[in-house]
Design a protein around this ligand. Structure first.
Ligand code: FAD
Length: 409
């Protein structure tokens, strides 16, 4: 017997999920029920592969299954134009909700602990390959043991190593501070989704984002849609300038920070990488190209995958519909070429499109007629010219290097 074989322990389940971030946990959560297939969720041990705490926001209507983990919500949203004029909207019945990843993890892990069909395994996955009747995941488990996990289906949510070939490849990159001010400076009833009263970069666009948690507490972020992330020092300088010159916060302390990079690309992320191996989450293209919002798409996709598995099928529906993907490709290219003014474009949408329809549009839930109506409220000439040119543009490979991620302090 070889050393490798001696050290390898094999276990089997119907489903192996690799990674316990937003997508892995959401799918495990949907599958946690006695009637569901057996599931092994592979979660790396504490260390560099485990992302630090993050804030996930999304909009939803009515009571939701994740409400227990929602730490704040807002029924009014505001956008500040570069000219200083603001628009405040009420997208009822939708509300904007904030989840901290640690609260979501606690909620899901508590439910998984009560579900006899789910096993959570602390291990690092290395390779995934198809086998007869399914797939095998090779991992390093507790104590450095090599484990071979066999399953009928594998759902892999490890962050992508590189972005797919694309015509346009932008990044949404940002840093946020949880601030506490010396005096009451925030209105907890209104979330500022995009505040364009910040200096604009030469390429792409920049905005502030303020999620007020109390009159003296908020998450304040500085975000760019552009080709290259900034250094931490550059984000810090931009945030300090935003807090001082635009928000006029006066004295404040920064209690914690989060930083991230989300792909905004018209590249096609492969959803299937083997006969029994699927990619989910950001790795499977769940980040909406035009906005970077991912969490809501992950919830929709997890529900659909779980329903298919219960019906005895493995299927991963596209996280975004074809029309949404086509419209996003046009917008990304129009932004990247500078043909449209980004701040003017987004502020204009909030000024001209009914808010509930706009948020539904951003979630891919509008009809073709509604989308036509939204399209007419954008700069039609430059968008049309971009749409006509897109079919003739090649999809170019991405430079090597990790395209996504987060950093904390
Ligand atoms: C700071 C930040 C804030 C964001 N805010 C929002 C937001 O407000 N709204 C929104 O919609 N989207 C947001 N996003 C985008 C998106 O929702 C998140 O990136 C989300 O975490 C993506 O989920 P995921 O499961 O694809 O990836 P992740 O959540 O990153 O999960 C990947 C998992 O894979 C695991 N893993 C990695 N390597 C291995 C390995 N070898 N073996 C086993 N497991 C492994 C990691 O530990 C991790 O748990 C944000 C992103 C960041 C970075």
């Amino acid at each position: 017997m070889s050393r490798d074989t001696a050290a390898t322990a094999a276990t089997a389940a119907d489903v192996v999920i690799i990674g316990a971030g937003a997508a892995g946990l959401s799918l495990a959560h949907r599958l946690a029920s006695p009637a569901a297939p057996t599931v092994t969720l592979v979660e790396p041990p504490d260390g560099p592969l485990r992302p630090a705490e993050r804030t996930w926001c999304y909009w939803d209507r009515g009571a939701g299954e994740l409400d227990e983990a929602v730490s704040a919500s807002w029924s009014r949203l505001r956008v500040h134009g570069a000219d200083g004029r603001s628009v405040t909207v009420d997208p009822a019945p939708l509300t904007y909700r904030m989840l901290r990843s640690a609260d979501f993890e606690r909620l899901v892990h508590t439910r998984l602990a009560r579900s006899p069909n789910v096993t959570v395994l602390r291990a690092t996955a290395h390779t995934v390959r198809d086998t007869a009747g399914g797939a095998e995941v090779r991992c390093t488990g507790p104590g450095g043991r090599t484990l071979a996990l066999r399953a009928r289906h594998v759902f892999d949510s490890r962050p992508p190593r590189a972005l797919p070939p694309a015509r346009t490849r932008l990044l949404q990159h940002f840093r946020g501070w949880f601030v506490r001010t010396a005096t009451d400076r925030f209105d907890p009833a209104v979330a500022d989704l995009m505040d364009f009263r910040v200096p604009q970069p030469r390429h792409g666009l920049a905005f502030g984002y303020v999620l007020p948690l109390a009159p003296d507490r908020a998450l304040v972020e500085y975000t760019q849609f552009s080709r290259t992330p900034l250094t931490t020092e550059a984000y810090e300088a931009a945030l300090a300038g935003y807090c001082r010159d635009v928000l006029r916060l006066g004295a404040y302390t920064v209690e914690s920070a989060e930083q991230g990079v989300i792909p905004m690309t018209d590249g096609r992320f492969p959803r299937r990488t083997g006969a029994a191996v699927f990619r989910i989450g950001t790795a499977g293209g769940a980040s909406r190209p035009a906005t970077g919002y991912t969490f809501a798409a992950v919830q929709r996709q997890s529900r659909a995958i779980a329903a298919a598995l219960r019906a005895g099928r493995a299927a991963v529906p596209p996280p975004h519909g074809r029309r949404a993907a086509a419209m996003d490709a046009v917008l990304l290219r129009a932004l990247d070429t500078g043909r449209i003014d980004g701040p003017e474009f987004f502020t204009g949408l909030f000024r001209r499109v009914p808010p509930e329809r706009l948020l539904r549009f951003l979630d891919g839930g509008t009809s073709p007629a509604e989308e036509w109506g939204v399209g007419l409220r954008t700069p039609v000439g430059p968008m049309l010219r971009t749409a006509l040119e897109l079919p003739f543009l090649p999809r170019r490979p991405a430079p090597a290097g990790p395209p996504t991620g987060e950093k904390h302090r």
